[in-house]
Design a protein around this ligand. Structure first.
Ligand SMILES: Nc1ncnc2c1ncn2[C@@H]1O[C@H](COP(=O)(O)OP(=O)(O)O)[C@@H](O)[C@H]1O
Ligand SMILES: [Mg+2]
Length: 301
């Protein structure tokens, strides 16, 4: 369950909230508040791979760190994120155990509906609730007992518009958002509203999101961020990357100094590709390629 879904659980707990009058935000009783515990570290204790072979690597992540998960399609990236999301205790297909601050989390934190330790932004998320974006975010903020839900909703929407290409207003229905807009909204919400100290992101690269800004937003809040990705830029943005093979973490690599020096160049290429895509989308013809893509720009560090 995602942080958003837990919010929906919260919204639905008072009966017809999702279909009530627009001023329901002013009249709903907030749920009892239980602060989310501070998380300084997350440890994934090895389990087994798909063929039952013993997993060798322990993944240990500290607050403020971004760790990427890489591996071919079907290798088990989403399974690893899923194990973290449900704070698995040997009860998932991999048999992994997840420790928070070095200990098994209390059952109440594994199954808490409102104050979740882990928020997940995944590839295929659709809203089924018929609410405007502003109402929904304000409702989530209210669940989180944020002082001014409507103001924070405006901030979240502005931030999401900063991250995604096509802008949207607070009055638009959640069901009308594109995949990219939905994910941008979820990232902004996770950073600004959600109290969850652990954030999981499953392959957002094709969502048209400004990945660098999205990461900066989450990291600035000292969250533990684990991202599964096929995108070389995202993979090198993390401090380390876990390499998954046949369902098991096979290696954990720290991003090297040399790899970091490639980032600026890769981002320049990426930006040029984005510009090209934007021009094609708006019906323009492509004339001369920019130097970074035509190969006329020399390689410099
Ligand atoms: N350690 C494991 N033990 C058992 N099944 C696994 C394990 N890791 C992955 N799987 C299963 O393999 C399939 C592909 O894994 P998935 O995590 O979706 O791959 P990816 O996200 O890398 O494309 C899924 O059905 C998943 O549940
Ligand atoms: Mg996957």
């Amino acid at each position: 369950m995602t942080d958003f879904e837990s919010c929906l659980g919260c919204a639905e707990s008072d009966g017809a909230a999702a279909h009530a009058a627009p001023d329901r935000l002013a009249t709903r009783e907030p749920p009892p508040h239980r602060p989310v515990p501070a998380v300084v570290s997350l440890t994934v204790v090895p389990g087994k791979g798909k063929a039952g072979e013993r997993e060798r690597e322990t993944l240990h992540v500290e607050a403020g760190e971004v760790v990427c998960v890489v591996g071919p399609t079907g290798s088990g990236k989403s399974r690893l994120l899923g194990d973290i999301e449900c704070l698995a205790q040997g009860d998932s297909p991999s048999g992994r155990r997840v420790l928070v601050n070095g200990e098994a989390p209390k059952p109440e934190w594994r199954f808490a509906a409102h104050q979740k330790l882990v928020a997940q932004v995944s590839q295929n998320m659709n809203f089924v609730v018929d609410l405007s974006v502003a109402e929904f975010i304000a409702m989530h903020a209210e669940c989180r007992q944020v002082a001014d839900p409507r103001r924070i909703a405006r901030e979240v929407i502005a931030c999401a518009n900063d991250l995604a290409g096509e802008t949207f207003g607070g009055g638009v229905s959640l069901t009308q958002l594109s995949g990219g807009q939905t994910r941008a909204l979820m990232i902004a919400d996770t950073a600004l509203v959600s109290a969850s100290p652990i954030v999981l992101i499953d392959e957002i690269e094709n969502a048209g999101i400004d990945r660098k800004r999205a990461l900066a937003l989450l990291v600035a809040r000292e969250k533990i961020v684990v991202i599964s990705t096929h995108d070389p830029i995202l993979a090198l943005m993390g401090g380390r990357r876990a390499v998954v093979r046949h369902g098991a973490v096979a290696a954990i690599l720290a991003t090297s100094a040399e790899e970091r020096t490639h980032l600026a160049r890769l981002q320049e290429i990426d930006q040029a590709m984005l510009d090209l895509r934007q021009r094609l989308r708006t019906g323009e013809r492509v004339g001369a390629l920019p130097p970074i893509l035509s190969g006329t720009k020399p390689w410099t560090r």
